[in-house]
Design a protein around this ligand. Structure first.
Ligand code: ATP
Length: 352
């Protein structure tokens, strides 16, 4: 029996609702497929915990997390804590501390789901987001606080090592896809240093992947291409900020923010990788039992794939697609099903 140790961090907002639904589905899968078992430990780190203890991650917390095979994460963000404090208190220390430099975000219109685009069925993308440096490197400061002369700087950091490894990851991924296409997204007309370095290294790495067809797009232009010519895109590689924005657009074009999954991968496997839905805390629907759990289920399928449980990952994706095709949809997709209804339906399909 293969045992995978999972750290569950549901955190804030709808996080606990979708993570418990995700764990239910994972449990059904391991019973049905057999051969593996998930040993799940729950971590109560969230914004209430922060308000009580003064920290999201207690001393030694990252060391404890390091012992796990994967992290299953909900969402962080609370109306009681400034967003930059919650993000830098919980999600970013894990992603950066564990060198999860490849953020992988697939987007596809699942069967039965309506895209706001009439060519929505052409969406089949994976956005690869650089996840360790760039605009979110945390390099900046504020001086003369509160004075008329106050200054804030936010300096993006692009290193040759950081850029090369994300490009290599994106090329390797593009190579596994039927269309083998990779689009580089930067803004190297207006930003002449870091972005030009991104472009240069991309084309250096490209020489080692002659089987991958490449092209290049400015970040503003790629938004129109995503909307008007979705079929021309396959894998997209972009910086931390650019790809963050593009993946929300991709999720919305795929039907809802409640569908998109994410994997924060440490490709060398020196540290656990972290799996989370793209969406955030969604305060407007928290506690109502109507959060769409599909993003979390798809995220769970990515986690299973990473853990080497390919059969279970395929079975989960099949069950998800059967349920979306059958019209059991939460309100964000125009339906009236609850989180529990969708979870039950997916478990039933798994149990066959
Ligand atoms: P963050 O700043 O962390 O990205 P946010 O609250 O600004 O979070 P999201 O939580 O990502 O934004 O969601 C924006 C809106 O999309 C929510 O208010 C909610 O209406 C909808 N939404 C997001 N996730 C889901 C979901 N799983 N199910 C249903 N609706 C969702």
């Amino acid at each position: 029996m293969r045992v995978h140790k999972i750290a569950s961090i549901p955190a804030d907002g709808i996080g606990p609702e979708v993570i418990s639904a995700g764990l239910e589905v994972l449990e059904a899968l391991s019973r049905r497929i057999g051969g593996f078992r998930l040993e799940v430990e729950h971590f109560p780190w969230n914004s209430d915990y922060y308000l009580e203890h003064g920290h999201y991650i207690p001393p030694g917390g990252l060391e404890r997390l390091k012992q796990f095979d994967a992290i299953f994460f909900g969402a962080v963000g609370s109306q009681k804590v400034p967003d930059d404090v919650s993000l830098w208190g919980l999600r970013l220390p894990i992603a950066q501390g564990f060198d999860q430099y490849a953020n992988v975000r697939p987007a596809r219109v699942l069967p039965g789901v309506k895209s706001p685009l009439h060519q929505g069925s052409a969406i089949d993308w994976i956005i690869v987001r650089e996840n360790s440096e760039g605009e979110y490197a945390g390099n900046g400061g504020r001086v003369h606080r509160g004075l008329p002369t106050e200054v804030g700087t936010e300096t993006a950091v692009f290193t040759r090592v950081g850029v090369e490894r994300i490009h290599r990851f994106a090329f390797e991924l593009a190579r596994t896809r039927p269309r083998k296409r990779l689009t580089l997204v930067t803004k190297s007309n207006a930003q002449r240093f870091g972005m030009v370095l991104w472009d240069e290294i991309f084309f250096e790495v490209a020489k080692q992947y002659p089987d991958v067809q490449t092209d290049r797009e400015l970040v503003d232009a790629v938004t129109t291409r995503m909307v008007l010519k979705p079929h021309t895109l396959d894998v997209i590689v972009g910086t931390n900020l650019h790809a963050d924005i593009l993946s929300d657009l991709a999720a919305a074009l795929s039907g809802s923010l409640g569908i998109g999954p994410t994997a924060n991968i440490n490709p060398e496997r020196n540290f656990p990788s972290m799996f989370e839905p793209i969406h955030g805390s969604a305060f407007d629907i928290t506690g109502k039992g109507i959060a769409n759990p599909i993003a979390t289920f798809w995220t769970a399928a990515m986690m299973l794939e990473h853990l080497g449980e390919q059969e279970a990952a395929r079975a989960l994706m099949k069950a998800i697609e059967q349920v979306t095709a059958s019209g059991i949809h939460t309100p964000d997709l125009g339906g009236s099903a609850t989180t529990a209804d969708v979870t039950r339906a997916v478990c039933e399909r798994i149990n066959g």
